[in-house]
Design a protein around this ligand. Structure first.
Ligand code: TRP
Length: 455
């Protein structure tokens, strides 16, 4: 199999659109919904510190590796890894790593869509003024009235899947590029406003900051460390080929280092701002930090319910969150779609319908895990928790580990350098040490730690 010089799916019109699309992929429910609730469940500060370390030591080098591999291979992750391996006279079974990604993407989107559906429901509730003057208990009841109703959850999940597949069917350029550039700045603005609101809760704001930024390692378990690492993959969209596929649509002349750093910084700042907005509110309303996936849905309405113009800002906030989730969802299925189009020879439209239906169906497990299937427990977890654990904590780190090994050990030094360095020869040797040693070792140590082999 030879290596095409361009992707058959098109190319980003500029470096900027790549940055926007990749940022659109990275910034999503992971930052605003997931990061705060898992930080809350895992005791705050120490968890956040490990997460930040993982972004720098694992996430950044790996993002550069994925962009580099994708741009060099110019195909879906399975074919890209296979053909690059062959080029280096290594085994074509490296393509299996691409398969891990395709499976992970399929599962992730199935639950991601259900949560995004909850956010859509909240757009309407907020604009309708449902949160006006709401108490903590009221917000809790409103959340339960949504999640305990399988029909509603299913309806919104369906709406979100249709939205996603419509954009995906239109293709990377006309579909994805167009709308990312408006969402990010607007989302940022409302988040800042919420942090400003939280800053007015007086001492609760300090409590929130203390919770997020003062590490207390006695609260951190081995599984908490794994969750922090898994989240570094999840939030940067790494470990399953999404950034790799986006990289395959990138022009040869773009500096990989700079764009990756930008994406990681933006993503991290958004997550930290979300935490700074949410924890003071949780504490001011006597909610425990560890309430779980409902955290944003139970705290933010209280803020919107008490501020001037809250119905409007709340509606806008959830709308922007839906957009952020939308631009992420698109990237989660793109590897699946690229694979179907290239290897099964079907149109993007048919690929979108097929994949979309399968993912929608799997999403029922998550829909039911909030209501009629609350008690379907496997390994001590609900279906939603299990799907999340398997993907974020196992498949993404595993895919990322193998991708790092591929980038550092399979692709030859000169080929990687050729693809990579361009305007940044200074950084290249640092990256190479990180990707060959630090990134893989870090992932392996965290895995061993959970299995209990490190005591
Ligand atoms: N990063 C996105 C978020 O934080 C989710 C996401 C998009 C993702 N693409 C991905 C997660 C690929 C894992 C793998 O919401």
């Amino acid at each position: 199999m030879s290596r095409p010089t361009d992707s058959i799916h098109g190319q980003w019109s500029s470096r900027w659109t790549f940055i926007l699309a990749a940022t659109g992929s990275a910034v999503g429910l992971g930052n605003i919904w997931k990061f705060p609730y898992i930080a809350g469940e895992n005791g705050g500060g120490a968890f956040v510190l490990v997460y930040l370390l993982c972004i720098v030591a694992i996430g950044l080098p790996l993002m550069m590796a994925e962009v580099m591999i994708g741009r060099r291979g110019r195909q879906n992750p399975v074919n890209t890894l296979r053909s690059l391996a062959k080029e280096e006279n290594k085994s074509a079974s490296w393509g299996l790593v691409g398969w891990i990604g395709i499976v992970a993407g399929f599962i992730i989107l199935s639950y991601y869509s259900v949560i995004a559906g909850q956010a859509i429901a909240y757009v309407f509730r907020s604009f309708a003024g449902v949160f006006e003057g709401v108490t903590a208990d009221g917000a809790h009841q409103i959340y339960l009235s949504l999640t305990h109703d399988p029909e509603r959850l299913l309806a919104w999940h369906t709406v979100f899947m249709v939205l996603t597949m419509v954009v995906v069917a239109r293709g990377v350029k006309s579909g994805i590029e167009r709308f990312v550039k408006y969402i990010m700045p607007a989302l940022f603005a409302i988040l800042l406003m919420l942090v400003g609101y939280a800053a007015n809760t007086g001492d609760y704001f300090n409590q929130g900051l203390h919770f997020l930024f003062t590490p207390n390692f006695s609260k951190l378990t081995a599984n908490g460390v794994l969750t922090a690492m898994g989240h570094a993959f999840f939030t940067l969209s790494l470990g399953m080929g999404a950034i790799m596929v986006y990289g395959s649509y990138l022009s040869k002349t773009t500096s990989i280092v700079k764009v990756s750093i930008w994406i990681a910084i933006t993503d991290t700042v958004v997550a930290l701002l979300a935490g700074m907005a949410i924890f003071p509110l949780a504490f001011a309303n006597e909610l425990t930090a560890g309430v779980g996936p409902g955290l944003i849905f139970e705290t933010l309405p209280i803020a919107f319910g008490h501020m001037a113009g809250g119905a409007l800002f709340g509606g806008l906030f959830f709308l922007l969150l839906v957009f952020a989730a939308w631009s992420s969802a698109i990237s989660i299925v793109e590897p699946v779609i690229a694979w179907l189009v290239e290897n099964k020879n079907i149109s993007r439209r048919r690929a979108s319908v097929t994949a979309g239906f399968g993912i929608w169906l799997l999403g029922l497990l998550t829909v039911f895990s909030f209501n009629i299937g609350e008690n379907w427990i496997l390994f001590g977890k609900t279906m939603f928790e299990l799907l999340d654990y398997i993907t974020a904590n196992i498949l993404l780190p595993l895919g990322g580990l193998l991708t790092a090994i591929f980038a550092g050990w399979v692709i030859s030094k000169n080929n990687a350098k050729d693809e990579f360095a361009m305007k940044t020869p200074f950084f290249y040797p640092i990256w190479r040490v990180l990707i060959r040693f630090i990134t893989p070792l870090a992932v392996i140590i965290v895995f061993l730690n959970v299995i209990g082999l490190l005591g």
